[in-house]
Ligand binder design. Structure first.
Ligand code: NDP
Length: 453
């Protein structure tokens, strides 16, 4: 470790703590330790791997409040979100603790012997985590990767390293051997890029911007390195006139303003059937104005600040280009605050309609029929998430099959359950996280024929 930097509370702009930042030599040393630890971890008996992952989960459970408090101060997350996020890491570890004993291959009928397949772990997996959901996104990578027998080096975002550092300590305390799970705080341009170029790293899992994701994919091509990308989104919330409008309008704000809109699954475009448009907008307004935007150290806060002054300026840049229909309130003074903001859009070419804002801003637009709703929803380079509100089952089925998106929900805004697969279509990413198959994505299939001669 070569130098330190200051982690800041985005709600107050006050320093929280100094963190040591890895340089290239420290990154290489951590990767090499992970490579040395790999054969030992791969060969740990499945039942023992399962026991260690369950112990890790138990320790996370015992530290949910501590982890949540760190996240509130480091990332500006509300208490409700932060406790959910820490609990999610526990649940994901428990879920994948079953995997080491269930990663079975096939026995395939052949003449002259037997043929069997094995799911072989890859080796060292490099996980690059963004600042918007530091705990869950880390867990979605390291839990299935470890369960499949890989060792892991994990780089948290420079802005939000604190919970990842603590999770690394809890992993060691749980009994994971040295080098099996290492957290390396540092810059993306140093630590992250080294995961891409170091030959001992056999897979990179990246969540973040589409721009950096493309660079990582191109870099991984050089060594035909495995890669999973979970990138941006511009998801649509499609509300048909036959829907329960009160339910759709009441839940729409949380679907986009949760985590201050810094959510790749944010439904930042709301499409409403024209005959219901005025009623929907009039229901949406009080729901938006009622959001309690407060310092998350107040546990009644429903929305916290943006992560940084840079993110605040980016979001302001989008809003300055358009007319705001209505907005909620936000604290004045220190902190990277932005009020929940609603724009009534009429041009699908507007930047606010096309680009990921990653802030508490939603654009609402009317549509005339089902075909136009699908066309507008799909008129984007992204395809991560989305919702459809209707009471017509046939339409729900037709539209959910027609929308080009990896995770859709009908009459609901839920996006992610750890036991179901998650990932994007188009430029929202490649590969899937979570669900029963995630450990397989950290293995290569080996086929072995054994002659009976
Ligand atoms: P980035 O894509 O730059 O950062 C995400 C992670 O990648 C961070 O850990 C970052 O490290 C790391 N990183 C940055 N550059 C490289 C690189 N060259 N090689 C390897 N790793 C790298 O996102 P930003 O923080 O700049 O956010 C910009 C926009 O990206 C947001 O406004 C939003 O639209 C989108 N975004 C989407 C996310 C999602 O969940 N899909 C998450 C975060 C952002 P470092 O610590 O140095 O920043």
């Amino acid at each position: 470790m070569s130098n330190t930097y200051t982690v800041v509370n985005p709600a107050t702009e006050q320093a929280v703590v100094e963190v040591e930042m890895a340089d290239l030599a420290a990154t290489d040393a951590a990767i090499e330790r992970a490579a040395e630890a790999f054969p030992g971890w791969r060969d740990v008996a499945p039942g023992e791997k399962a026991r260690l992952l369950r112990r890790f989960a138990q320790l996370v459970d015992e530290h949910v409040e501590e982890l949540a408090e760190l996240e509130v101060r480091n990332s500006g997350h509300t208490w409700g979100n932060a406790t959910w996020e820490a609990g999610n890491v526990r649940d994901v570890l428990n879920y994948y603790s079953a995997a080491p004993e269930r990663l079975t291959g096939h026995q395939i009928p052949v003449a002259g012997g037997i043929d069997v397949t094995f799911h072989e772990p890859l080796g060292v997996v490099g996980i690059i985590v963004p600042w918007n959901f530091p705990m869950p996104i880390a867990g979605w990578g390291f839990a299935p990767a470890l369960a499949a027998g890989n060792t892991v080096v994990l780089k948290p975002a420079e802005l939000t390293p604190l919970t990842a550092i603590r999770l690394g300590e809890l992993g060691l305390e749980a009994g994971l051997p040295e080098g099996v799970f290492t957290v390396i705080p540092g810059k993306g341009s140093v630590v992250g890029e080294r995961f891409v170029t170091h030959p001992a790293v056999r897979k990179v899992c990246f969540t973040g911007s589409t721009q950096v994701g493309k660079k990582i994919m191109a870099g991984c091509a050089d060594q035909v390195k495995r890669v999973t990308l979970e990138l941006g989104g511009k998801s649509a919330n499609i509300v048909f006139a036959d829907a329960d409008l009160a339910k759709a309008a009441a839940s729409a704000p949380s679907a986009v303003f949760d985590n201050a809109g810094q959510d790749c699954c944010a439904r930042s475009r709301i499409l409403v059937e024209r005959s219901a448009y005025d009623e929907f907008v009039s229901l949406l307004e009080p729901a938006v104005r009622g959001i309690k935007v407060l310092d998350p150290s107040d546990r009644t806060s429903e929305m916290g600040p943006l992560i940084s002054a840079g993110q605040q300026a980016t979001v302001k840049g989008f809003v300055d280009e358009v007319d705001v229909a209505f907005a909620g309130s936000a604290p004045e003074g220190a902190g990277y605050w932005f009020a929940p903001t609603v724009v009534l859009a009429d041009d699908p070419q507007q930047r606010i309609w096309r680009e990921e804002v990653f802030g508490p801003v939603v654009a609402v637009m009317p549509f005339d029929d089902e075909a136009q709703a699908v066309q507008l929803a799909n008129d984007t380079e992204f395809g991560l998430s989305g919702s459809i509100f209707t009471r017509d089952v046939g339409r729900a089925l037709r539209v959910s099959r027609a929308v080009e998106s990896g995770a859709l929900s009908v009459n609901s805004h839920s996006s992610v359950r750890y036991w179901t697969p998650f990932g994007g279509f188009k430029q929202s990413g490649i590969g899937r996280e979570l669900g029963p198959d995630a450990p397989h994505s950290f293995t290569d299939v080996k086929n072995v024929f054994i002659s009976n001669d």
